[in-house]
Structures are given as structure tokens and as C-alpha cells.
Design a protein around this ligand. Sequence first.
Ligand code: FES
Length: 158
Amino acid sequence: MSNDFEKMASELQESIMEDARKVYSEKVIERWLNPRNLGKIRNPDGFAKIRGPCGDTMQISFRVKDGRLSKIKFMTDGCASSIAAGSMATELAQGKKIEEAVEINQQMILEALKGLPEESVHCALLASNTLKEAVKNYSDSKKCNFGKSEIKSRDAGI
Ligand code: FES
């Protein structure tokens, strides 16, 4: 009985993965199933939480040491693509100087993920805009200018 159940569960899982592989790159699937930097940093130097047009939210928190993002984490209540995008945004930002981190945009996240389906590209925008807002939050707290012009010119949609 339990063997039948395990077999059925394993077949179901394989069928879900087969469907996912038709739509998503291996990078997206891998980050979705094993996201990097998932969580929230206590007493962060920079923090932002944004709600996308789809209604899902993402938050990013980070610490800065010697002008670089020494630790960064994200959380989302969104879809598989938003989990992969949040993971990739934080991976790209980790260790970067503040002024480099704020340059990370939707396109860079999409390229690093080897693309997303057209209907999910906004999930990468949610991740890049959350990162930019978190840098702005850091910038505001330090009364410096990193992120301010990028926030004004960030991609439309959120
Ligand atoms: S973040 Fe809402 S659908 Fe992906």
C-alpha cells in the first residue's frame, strides 16, 4: 500500500517536473527548488518590501560592510519565477559595492536565469525594483545618493 502511494507520488512529481521543464530553464527550476539567500536579516542596513501588479510581494534586506553588500536575503509570497528571480537578484548583488548593486536590473536577472516565460518577466522586475528600493532605503538612512536616480528611472510597471 505504502509502496503504491510512494510510486504514485514519485510519478506525480516527475510529471510536474516534466511540465516545468517545458516552460522554465534549468536555472529557474533549480533556484525555485533551492533558492539562495532566502530569509530576512535582522537590523538590516537596507530594506524594502514591494507589491507587484500581480499582488505578490517581495522583500529584500541587506547589510553593508566596507561599502559592499556583505549579506543579503529575500523573501516572497509569489510564484516560482519570483522565487528564482529573488534568488538571482541577491546572488548578483552579494559582495557588490552599493553603486554596483543598484545597477542590477530586470534584464540582468533574466539573462542570469536564462530567461523566463513572457507572462513571468514581471517577476524579475519585482526583484530588481525591490533591490533598488532597498538601496534607496540605505541611501536615505546614510544621506547619500546611491539609488536615487535609478529609482526615478526604474522600469515602469511597479
Ligand atoms: S511575482 Fe507575481 S506572478 Fe510572479
